[in-house]
Ligand binder design. Sequence first.
Ligand SMILES: [Zn+2]
Length: 281
Amino acid sequence: MLMSEAEMARHLLGLVDAVRAGLPRVTVDALLNHLELKRIDEEPPGGQEGLYVRELQAVFLSPKIRSAERKQFTGFHEGTHALVDRDALLREQLAELCSDDQAERRVIELLCDIGAAEFLMPRESFVPLMRSHSPSVRCIQQLEAEFPGASLPAIAQQIAHYTVPAGLVLVCAHGSIPGAGAPDRARVHIQYSFVRPVTGSARCRPRPRLYQPIRADHPIAAMFEGSAPFSGTTYYPYNTDKRIPCWCEAIWHSPSSRVVAILTDKDQRQPAREQQSLSFE
Ligand SMILES: [Zn+2]
C-alpha cells in the first residue's frame, strides 16, 4: 500500500529512535560511526554544504560551513540520508509516491530534515512542552531554557512538523550570503525553511530556495531594523514578483540575532479544529 509523506515520516522516526538509542552521545561523529559512514571534511563535488554518497558510504561536510550549528544540523541531515537510503520500504515508497526525480528529492530532503531535528530535539521532549503552551514561535525561549544547547533549526523543524498545518517555518539572518562571492553586501536572507510532511493528497508549501534574500519591504526584514515582533498578514518571501498572501508570526531570537517566523495560509490566532490537537505519534 502506498504511504503518504506523513506515514513515511513516522516510519523514519522509528528508524531514528532505534539509532538514537544506540548512540553513546548524540553527536554527528557518534552517528556517522554508528552508521559506519566515513566523514569527509571537504566540499562535495557538486559544491553543496553536505552530501551523502552511497558508493563511498561517506558523508561530505563542507569546510565552508562557518556555523557550528549548521554543520551539526547538516551532519545529522546527511546521516539521515543514509538511513533513508538503506531502508527498503522507504526506497520503494519513494519510488511509488514520487512522479519524478524532483518530487522524490523534495520528499527525501523533507525526511532528512525531520530526522536531523529528531536527533537534536526529540519529539518526546518537544511535543509535551508545545501542548502546555500555545503552539507558536514564542515557545522557543522556553524550549531553549528546558534544553540548554537545543539547536534552533531542530526546534524550527519540530514546530513546522507538529504545529503548523499548511505553511513554512523560517529562520532568517542578516549577513553576507554564503557562496555569493566576496565581497558580498549583508542582506536579510533565509537560512533554513521547514515544512511538515503532508497526509493523503494534500500539497505542502514549496520551500524557498536556500539563502533566498528577503525584500526590504517584508516585515521580517523590518525586524532587523529594530521593528517589534510581527504578527499579521504579509506575503510568502519567494523569489517572485507574485505575492502569495499569508499570515505571519515572527519573533526576534536575541541569542543569535535572527528572526524565526511561522508563515501560514490561515491566521493562527483562530486555530481550525485540526490545529487544536497536536498530532503526535
Ligand atoms: Zn539532503
